[in-house]
Design a protein around this ligand. Structure first.
Ligand SMILES: [Zn+2]
Length: 305
């Protein structure tokens, strides 16, 4: 015990020195790279965005990528051109990584959203009560809201997740809504990365928070992730609290839980992004009806004995 303390005391200044020199190297790299690469470096420097590179590729824990997926992930990380992409999408638009991240053909952005939602539900179930997927909100009966953007017209309004006992007491209900966005999309590149997260959070809060507080007597936490592996401020707080609850319940060090959690989310986002790019968007095959009489008549098929 005393030996480990001594070692820690001796190695701390060395760590600080190393970290300072790494920071200095990063400043120099950023100063000398073009604007597009600067954005890539900034996104890759976010917490959780590089876990897939630093963790050992252990298949049974889901920390692995195929050869092609690893190549694609590396290209996306540095904004390099991906090999063998089609020039045109099935929807008619020019095909590139940014289009692939939002194109609804094939339903990949929805699958990406659902994957993050399901992982969150899975983890919340470990530590919370009454966890529900897509819970319906109570219909409105003339309630008035200060914010005009509150989602009031939709009586079938649902959020992604609800759970009790996350923030506050064990009966306190919290609703969560997930969004995964592409910070390299043209509509976001004019904003700072931090501002992109903030805008997404504010948009979700404007839409739901007042209604949830007044009608459902519940709190609201938007879960905003970028497809490059970063997360918003509120999502970071949510992840830290979740890791702390799991750590306490499983009697596992907090540091291990938070790293595992970031890694799990990181790989899920990475796989989903690669699926958006490489997944098949072919038009659905429509099976011809087995109308035997019509086929026999229109096809001039002779009947045999
Ligand atoms: Zn498309």
């Amino acid at each position: 015990m005393w030996l480990s303390k001594l070692f820690r005391k001796k190695s701390l200044p060395q760590n600080l020195k190393k970290r300072a020199s790494q920071k200095q190297a990063l400043v120099e790299i950023e100063a000398n790279c073009p604007a597009s690469m600067k954005r890539c470096v900034e996104l890759a420097s976010e917490k959780g965005a590089s876990n897939w590179l630093s963790v050992l590729p252990v298949e049974e824990h889901g920390f692995h990528l195929s050869k092609g997926d690893f190549r694609d992930a590396s290209c996306m990380r540095y904004g390099w051109m991906l090999p063998n992409l089609p020039s045109k999408c099935v929807c008619g638009s020019a095909f590139n990584v940014d289009h692939a991240m939002v194109c609804s053909k094939g339903g990949f952005p929805t699958l990406r959203h659902n994957e993050i939602r399901d992982i969150t539900v899975d983890l919340l179930t470990e530590v919370c009560h009454d966890v529900a997927i897509e819970p319906m909100l109570q219909p409105l009966t003339g309630e008035k809201f200060q914010k005009k953007t509150v989602n009031i017209r939709d009586d079938d309004a649902r959020l992604d997740i609800s759970a009790r006992g996350f923030w506050g007491g064990r009966f306190e209900k919290t609703y969560f809504d997930v969004r995964v966005f592409n910070p390299n999309a043209t509509s976001y590149t004019c904003f700072e990365v931090a501002s992109c997260y903030r805008r997404q959070e504010q948009e979700k809060k404007r839409k739901y928070e007042e209604r949830l507080r007044k009608v459902e007597n519940a709190s609201f936490t938007p879960i905003i992730l970028s497809c490059t592996g970063g997360m918003s401020k509120l999502t970071t707080s949510f992840t830290k609290k979740l890791a702390s609850m799991i750590s306490e319940k499983k009697d596992t060090p907090y540091g291990s839980v938070i790293n595992w959690l970031r890694c799990r989310l990181g790989f899920a986002l990475l796989r989903a992004s690669i699926m958006c790019i490489r997944g098949s968007r072919c038009k659905r095959y429509v099976r011809p009806e087995n109308n035997i009489l019509l086929a026999t008549s229109e096809g001039h098929l002779a009947s045999s004995a």
